[in-house]
Design a protein around this ligand. Structure first.
Ligand SMILES: Nc1ncnc2c1ncn2[C@@H]1O[C@H](COP(=O)(O)OP(=O)(O)OP(=O)(O)O)[C@@H](O)[C@H]1O
Ligand SMILES: [Mg+2]
Length: 504
């Protein structure tokens, strides 16, 4: 071989190898070693079938050899197994090499590993499928929700009607119970189709995991060991509390079901940075800082055919009545709705690990100009505020200021919605900031309910009118404070600092 040609082949990115007429390897370049994991010395004199994974049919090889024997080249894909035992997809073209007399003396093969491209392609089609399933499911859920509102509403009215007889009541109760169950199912479908109404706030996953720990132990029972391994400096994330709880619980229940005769469940949080390499292998992933939540089990694992469908709504391998197949579908929807990313590894008999990535919440930099000291703890970290403001722009702005100051923020456009929020969140409330001219004022009844549920909360009312012109609703006691609009960030935070400081 001329020297130039030889060094070109030796440095090529593609694996290049030659076989003799019998198909035994007589030359291979370094890229072949990288592709297959075997050294050249190990494969000389061997048939390339050494890499075979058993995935190709006899007919596949017959067609290949037919073409080559007729002096034509062949191009196609093999699913091969490298020396480490891992499967990969190899794009290969093979051409006969002729001797001066016109007979075939060798075969030349040029091969590249296209596993990543294949993988991305599959992820792409998987994503399209999930999107259209989501639209379908979301549409159905929306219409059924309206029907259920009517069914459950009238059932409730009949139940409340004291004139109906015992038997009628019993029957109506059955309708009502079924309706409630249907509503729960619909809420899972809404989660899958990313249509759930959510109240995201900044959370520390570690805290949530610790809160759920008792419940998780209860679900797992005695034969499953629970190991919790949390990053000490876990990045804050912004997510709806109930949704995060749903994600963790669904994964825990699945893990338990995969370990009927006991095992180990591991729950971990890890700070993670998605870099070019990660993004290059994971379609739709975006570079940046994330918190990864890992849930792994030592259970039965999943076959490939199962793995391809687990996120689809109503896909289940459980017996009728044991699973509805909505657990992972809602996990998927929730993760997507919160701009997260989900992956999993599983092998039959070897257990399963789900990894969920949530984007790290970035606090706005509130530091004074010139103060670049980095990780300064925001002044109100760990405190929760409920913000009620009808004007979208003002609400968003105030929310930003509060998030940057470290608050966990629940926000609402009006009092009744806020009341619902408070009912759904069992957390202590430090502060309530509300515009007193929210459209449905006097909604003070809702406000009073909120304060009754959270006597610990301080109240800061805001208004475009001066305090004197305001008829403050309720009984303005020591817990109620006032700030006049327009206020700037500094004024607002100072006022809040004053109020919360007094609280100690
Ligand atoms: N940790 C796991 N180990 C093994 N298989 C799993 C695991 N998690 C999920 N699966 C498989 O994925 C399927 C779908 O899970 P999913 O949570 O969506 O539905 P389900 O658990 O069957 O029913 P549901 O959650 O609605 O009660 C399961 O039936 C099971 O075959
Ligand atoms: Mg499940």
């Amino acid at each position: 071989m001329p020297r130039l040609l030889q060094s070109a082949i030796l440095t090529a990115r593609e694996a290049v190898f030659l076989t003799d007429r019998q198909g035994l390897i007589c030359f291979a370049n370094p890229a072949f070693e990288k592709l297959s994991g075997y050294t050249v010395a190990e494969v000389l004199g061997k048939n390339p079938r050494l890499l075979g994974s058993g995935s190709q049919t006899k007919a596949f090889y017959r067609e290949l050899w037919d073409r080559l024997a007729n002096g034509k080249s062949w191009q196609g894909e093999f699913i091969n197994r490298n020396k480490n035992g891992c499967l990969y997809t190899q794009d290969t073209s093979i051409s006969p090499v002729f001797d001066p007399a016109g007979g075939i003396s060798h075969f030349l093969a040029i091969a590249t590993d296209i596993s990543n491209e294949k993988n991305i392609e599959e992820q792409f089609f998987q994503g399209l499928k999930m999107d259209s399933l989501g639209r379908l499911a979301g549409g159905i859920a929306h219409d059924f929700n309206n029907l259920l509102t009517i069914i459950n509403g009238y059932a409730e009215m009949l139940l409340a009607d004291s004139s109906s007889s015992g038997r009628v009541r019993e029957n109506v109760q059955c309708i009502y119970n079924a309706g409630e169950k249907a509503a729960r199912l619909i809420s899972h479908i809404l989660a899958f189709s990313r249509k759930q109404i959510i109240y995201p706030r900044v959370l520390n996953v570690n805290g949530v995991v610790r809160e759920l720990q008792q419940m998780i132990r209860g679900i797992l029972g005695e034969n499953i060991a629970l190991q919790i391994d949390l990053a000490a400096d876990a990045a804050p994330i912004r997510i709806d509390y109930a949704q995060l709880e749903q994600v963790i619980m669904n994964l825990v229940v699945n893990a338990r079901d995969a370990m009927p005769s006991g095992g180990r469940l591991m729950l971990a949080s890890v700070n993670f940075r998605m870099d070019d390499d990660f993004v290059g292998h994971h379609l739709g992933a975006k570079k940046g800082a994330y918190l990864r939540l890992e849930i792994s089990d030592s259970g039965r694992g999943m076959a490939l055919e199962v793995q391809q469908h687990i996120f689809e709504p109503f896909f289940t391998t459980k017996r009728l009545g044991e699973g509805s197949g909505l657990g992972l579908a809602s996990v998927y929807g929730i993760v997507k709705q919160n701009r997260g990313y989900i992956t999993f590894d599983s092998e039959p008999g070897q257990g399963t690990r789900f990894s969920i990535y949530f984007p790290k919440h970035e606090y706005l930099d509130l530091g004074e100009a010139g103060d670049k000291s980095g990780e300064k703890k925001p002044p109100f970290a760990g405190r929760t505020v409920l913000l009620i403001e009808a004007d979208d722009t003002v609400r968003k702005l105030t929310e930003k200021v509060m998030l940057a100051a470290g608050f966990q923020v629940m926000e609402s456009v009006n009092w009744p919605l806020a009341l619902r929020l408070v009912k759904e969140n069992r957390h202590p409330l430090d502060l309530l900031v509300a515009d007193v001219l929210a459209p449905e004022m006097p909604g003070w009844a809702a406000a009073e309910k909120i304060l009754a549920a959270h006597p610990e909360a301080r109240v800061l009312l805001t208004s475009g009118y001066s305090e004197k012109r305001l008829l403050l609703p309720g009984k303005p006691g020591q817990n109620i404070h006032f700030i006049c609009k327009p206020y700037n960030r500094q004024e607002l935070l100072e006022k809040i600092g004053e109020i919360l400081d007094k609280k100690g």
